[in-house]
Ligand binder design. Structure first.
Ligand SMILES: [Fe+2]
Ligand SMILES: [Fe+2]
Length: 137
């Protein structure tokens, strides 16, 4: 099977219009693509867990920073935003478990699942949050 080089392509609709936030979001997508590329090179299931665990901690760090900013500034939609972060982290942990259990994953299904999450989260929660934080500067 021929692997796509990138699991998720950056799309204009991911952009929320604030360069520093878009840069962080591009890095998250790049790290997911590295995971996919590593699998294309045929790393074993043990390494997959390690790579995906690293990505999960990059994503968790980005979320933690947003959550810290929300708490510090008294953001009015903190709970809903945090809940959506937790939903993705749970999804990624499920994916790690699946890879461990059966030694493989479905690239197309993963791409669709993650792309949809990013597109929706960036467009809704993150766009609102970052413009809200920015407007108070
Ligand atoms: Fe977020
Ligand atoms: Fe974000």
């Amino acid at each position: 099977m021929v692997q796509q080089t990138k699991l998720i392509e950056w799309r204009d609709e991911f952009s929320i219009g604030l360069p520093e936030v878009d840069r962080d979001h591009r890095e998250l997508i790049a790290s997911i693509n590295q995971f996919h590329a590593a699998l294309g090179r045929g790393i074993d299931a043990g390494q997959v867990g390690g790579v995906l665990g690293g990505i999960q901690s990059d994503i968790a760090a980005h979320f933690a920073l947003e959550e810290k900013n929300m708490t510090a500034r008294g953001y009015d939609q903190f709970a809903a935003h945090k809940l959506d972060h937790e939903r993705l982290l749970d999804d990624i942990l499920d994916i790690i478990d699946e890879v461990h259990a059966c030694g493989r994953y479905e690239p197309d299904a993963l791409a669709t699942r993650l792309s949809e999450w990013f597109a929706t989260h960036f467009r809704t929660h993150d766009a609102r949050l970052h413009h809200w934080l920015h407007s108070g500067d």
